[in-house]
Design a protein around this ligand. Structure first.
Ligand code: PHE
Length: 340
């Protein structure tokens, strides 16, 4: 029996020494110390021994059991720390490696130009008023002096949602919305930027584009105020050397109406390919608010006058950056976008 116990101890020592993972170590524990483990069975079989043998082997068996437990415990500690070191080595970060490049985004050229235009008008005391892109026929046309079947509607054929609603064809509906929402004694100085939609699609026209509307209403506002405001804007935007020219034009919601040209950026007014030899570039529509528009918006045309203007942001961006195809703004080609 003594011999068997010594052999068992040696065998256990060897197995514990060779084992490399914790699950396997636990299996060894079960095989020796579990309910049907070899050491457990020896202890259980002690009842078969004689009265003299029992205390002697009992003591030895207890010692064996204790030594087995110690061996297993020590090995468990050893393995755990070895494994956690291994895991740490695998997962650790090498802080000396070069970092991953982080691409910074930037503003789209249309946004840049939009913000530049806004800044100039904010400097002059205008505030920003934004409105809905899905607009009522009433605000887009009706209140702007373009009743149903008015021929001026043809130029702005749009996308109708139903018979009363459409995607706005210009930002002018905001003139009416702003005046309507405000007490008629109060003066107005607003610009209204945003997207507009028209059934147009070529190198210089896109079915969706951006406009900025301007409106100033007050006692004694004149055409000279309109011209002065636009001249200041153009010089801020395109440089002190630019001049403007106003040509009579027709928009149903202004009277008189004008189309505003700037002296050609490319040839300084001498005439070139960019301006088609005229020396001038058309840049926006403007005029004095039509009395009927003031009236439907709750303002008394006998007491106040106003001027309004509307410009295409893409058009201005194209002139400013020398881009000749409007579609380049919407195709998200980084080779273009990275330049601004
Ligand atoms: N809304 C006009 C257009 O889109 C521009 C405009 C605005 C003209 C204000 C006059 C006054 O063509």
């Amino acid at each position: 029996m003594q011999e068997g116990m010594d052999k068992l101890e040696l065998q256990l020592k060897e197995e514990v020494g060779n084992v490399q993972d914790l699950d396997e170590l636990n299996n060894i524990r079960i095989r020796y110390l579990g309910k049907k483990g070899e050491i457990t069975l020896l202890i259980r079989n002690m009842s078969k021994l004689s009265a003299e043998e029992r205390p002697v082997f009992g003591k030895k068996l207890n010692e064996l059991k204790a030594s087995a437990e110690t061996m297993l415990k020590l090995r468990k500690k050893e393995l755990s720390s070895k494994l956690s070191t291994k895991r740490w080595e695998k997962e650790r970060v090498d802080v000396t490696l070069p970092g991953k490049p982080f691409n910074l985004g930037r503003r789209h050229p249309i946004t840049l130009v939009l913000q530049e235009i806004e800044d100039i008008f904010i400097y002059m005391g205008f505030i920003i008023a934004e409105g809905p892109e899905v607009e009522l026929d009433y605000y887009n046309f009706e209140a702007l002096n373009m009743p149903r079947h008015h021929p001026a509607r043809d130029m702005q054929d749009s996308f109708y949602i139903n018979s009363k609603m459409l995607l706005r064809t210009h930002t002018s509906p905001m003139e009416v919305r702003v005046m309507e929402a405000q007490a008629p004694e109060l003066p107005v100085r607003i610009i209204s930027p945003g997207k507009v939609y028209r059934r147009d699609d070529d190198v210089t026209h896109s079915p969706m584009f951006h406009q900025i509307e301007g409106l100033a209403v007050d006692k004694g506002i004149t055409f000279a105020d309109l011209k002065g405001t636009l001249l200041f804007f153009i010089k801020e935007m395109f440089g002190k050397d630019r001049d403007i020219r106003l040509r009579p034009s027709y928009f149903p919601f202004v009277e008189p109406g004008a189309e505003v040209d700037i002296s050609c950026i490319s040839c300084d007014g001498k005439g070139c390919r960019v301006c088609g030899g005229t020396g001038w570039l058309e840049i926006l529509g403007a005029g004095m608010s039509h009395p009927r528009v003031l009236e439907v918006s709750g303002y008394d045309p006998e007491k106040v006058t106003g001027f309004a203007f509307g410009m295409g942001v893409e058009r201005i961006a194209m002139l400013k950056y020398g881009i000749d195809d409007i579609r380049l703004f919407y195709t998200n080609d980084l080779r273009l976008l990275r330049n601004y």
